[in-house]
Design a binder for this molecule. Structure first.
Ligand code: GTP
Ligand code: SPV
Ligand code: MN
Length: 588
């Protein structure tokens, strides 16, 4: 069958640019069929049964986990691949030392070679999607072309996918182009390429999460951060949550933690029993688009409609809301299963029968992959806030930065002002996790938790953050948190999870101007008496350690940050060096 004819016949949009692009891609990739996704229930049901037949999905126990499925990815394809992810700008400097770079012409040629004939025997799916509420001026649309039914099923949960998005694209005329093929899963032929100047993404050779669901990290962070810089807003790797006190007052908080460092858990947390009347509302768990409104208020929307969350560790104690949420209508990727076909992972009781690769579990190593994930609609979360659908977004009172650090950063501290806050975010570091391929537990700088996701030079990005001082007088307060301090025996010193609300309460009170703080060289720290530890079995010495700073360790930290800032040469804003110098001076 002639695919170019098929493409033209299948054209089902009034946008000529979109039809032409689909036809072009079809003639390059040579699919057997073209399917324009509508997002309907019937379409989803048909894709699911197709994937059950092909073995791409396994049905889980219908009694305990209704409408839940397991996808086992290729064992070489279980996480993001930062070493194969490129930003392809005309000028290399625009991508910056924080990104891998390739010349756009070279990258396009390389990808076209890999894509030629890649969809033979397969269906080419056209997925129109909208990141953000369908009626929000702050939302942005894209179209992903993929040959993976798993990608379609996930994009349906994670984005506003289908007819409404296509209508908006036809009305606006603009969209981000994302071309994805699973290829043959050969890691040597795997690349995730971004062309921010062309608003285009090309991804080949992986079917996994952030590599393949192009609306997520590729569009909503790498391409969107580029657009945001030109248009005057921010696209960030942040959760968004509402914190409500017993009097019913709500402050919205956005928090940037690196991958697998606690965003989903914080955004969905259940308050501890000793804090009655407090309530948490989830707006988003991974991505946040921030803009200044006409009153000068910084507001946030969540561009996603679902969660692609880390499964291991999730249980009724750590994250009861997530645990409840993923009991139905969930796609699990790379979890283990029990003898009666329930999904299983480390952190649950019971025993796994088959590991994440579907092999009998022998007791060696984890049964679920450490980066096993759930995909589930945000609306199933008991803490879901309908404000997640507000076209204008929610007003942000505080921004949190945080990493996974055994030592150095205290439990919480507050930046003196926005300028100092930019330094705190830029200087952030965290231990690497299983969310990306590579060694785990290595401390690295991860500015604003955007190291893998900023689509342009970090130097320019920091300058863009500073520019918000000129855009408004009403900027949120900035904090740094660290739930991951360890004692000499490698034990976490802070209980974390729901008990993190104790820290949020202090932050809440700082926003209200209700509590004072210790003025230290690195910023404002809580007085021990102001942190509510009632009902916690925390010895005073541990608390003291969590809330103090070691000047010598901090001098090292600041020296290391100074070196890091120098890596960006001329592009590092002078202002950032000044903020850095101020802290160095205060440390003496
Ligand atoms: P991405 O989806 O990769 O961006 O990650 P995330 O930031 O949403 O991380 P998530 O909330 O899924 O947490 C990842 C891991 O950190 C899980 O194994 C959690 O159990 C663990 N974790 C989360 N919060 C805490 C905490 O407060 N304390 C401790 N000790 N571990 C935590
Ligand atoms: C992350 O790695 O930060 C994730 C998962 O949220 S992925 O979608 O694979 O990027
Ligand atoms: Mn993430």
């Amino acid at each position: 069958m002639s695919t170019s004819n098929a493409a033209l016949k299948a054209a089902s949009s009034s946008n000529a640019a979109l039809n032409n692009w689909v036809a072009e891609v079809a003639s390059l990739t040579q699919p057997d069929r073209i399917h324009w996704c509508t997002g309907s229930d019937a379409e989803n049901a048909s894709l699911i049964s197709q994937m059950l037949a092909s073995g791409d999905l396994v049905k889980l126990n219908e009694k305990t986990h209704p409408n839940c499925y397991l996808h086992r990815s290729n064992p070489t394809d279980v996480a993001r691949v930062e070493h194969l992810t490129f930003i392809c700008t005309r000028n290399r400097e625009d991508a910056g030392p924080n990104n891998l770079w390739m010349d756009p012409a070279e990258a396009n040629a390389k990808m076209d070679d890999l894509l030629r004939g890649a969809m033979k025997g397969r269906t080419l799916y056209v997925i129109p999607y909208c990141m953000g509420p369908i009626d929000s001026p702050h939302s942005r649309c894209g179209v992903e072309i993929t040959d993976s039914a798993y990608v379609v099923a996930n994009m349906r949960i994670m984005t506003n996918m289908g007819e409404a998005a296509l209508k908006r694209i036809e009305r606006e005329g603009t969209f981000v182009k994302g071309l994805h093929s699973t290829g043959d899963l050969d890691p040597k032929k795997r690349f995730i390429m971004h062309f921010p100047e062309e608003l285009t993404i090309k991804s080949v050779g992986s079917g996994y999460g952030g590599n393949a669901l192009l609306g997520k990290k590729c569009h909503a962070l790498r391409i969107a951060s580029w657009q945001a810089r030109t248009e005057g807003w921010l696209a960030e790797h942040m959760l968004i949550m509402g914190v409500q006190n017993p009097q019913g007052q709500v402050h919205y908080v956005a928090a940037a933690f690196p991958s697998a460092c606690g965003k989903t858990n914080l955004a969905m947390m259940v308050p501890p029993a000793s804090m009655p009347g407090w309530k948490i509302w989830t707006i988003g768990d991974d991505i946040c688009w921030l803009h200044v409104d006409s009153e000068g208020q910084l507001r946030a929307i969540n561009p996603e409609t679902g969660y692609f969350g880390v499964v291991p560790g999730t249980n009724a104690k750590t994250n009861a809301n997530a645990y409840e949420t993923i009991k139905k209508d969930t796609i699990f990727t790379n979890v283990a299963v029990t003898a009666d076909n329930q999904p299983w992972w480390e952190g649950l009781s019971g025993t796994p029968a088959l590991d994440w690769q579907g092999k009998p579990y022998t007791g060696n190593g984890p049964a679920a992959h450490p980066n096993a994930r759930f995909t589930v609609s945000a609306k199933l979360n008991p803490a879901y806030s309908t404000m997640a659908e507000a076209p204008e977004g929610v007003p942000i009172s505080a921004i949190l930065f945080g990493g996974r650090r055994r030592e150095v950063p205290p439990l919480v501290y507050q930046a003196r002002d926005w300028g100092h806050g930019v330094l705190v975010g830029a200087g952030m570091a965290s231990e690497t996790t299983a969310a990306a391929v590579g060694e785990v537990g290595i401390v690295r700088r991860d500015s604003m938790a955007m190291k893998p996701f900023c689509g342009y030079n970090f130097g320019d990005y920091w300058a863009h953050w500073f520019s918000f001082e000129q855009r408004t007088q009403k900027l949120p307060k900035v904090f740094h948190v660290n739930w991951f301090r360890q004692d000499k025996n490698g034990k976490f010193m802070w209980p974390g999870f729901g008990d993190n609300l104790r820290v949020l309460k202090w932050i809440f009170d700082r926003c209200e101007g209700k509590v004072d703080a210790q003025d230290t060289a690195i910023g404002y720290l809580p007085h021990a008496k102001d942190l509510d530890v009632s009902g916690l079995n925390l010895d005073p010495a541990t608390l003291e350690q969590l809330l103090s700073i070691d000047a010598s360790a901090w001098r090292h930290e600041m020296a290391d940050i100074g070196k890091y800032l120098n890596d960006f040469g001329q592009r590092t804003p002078e202002r950032l060096r000044e903020e850095h110098a101020k802290v160095v001076k205060r440390l003496g």
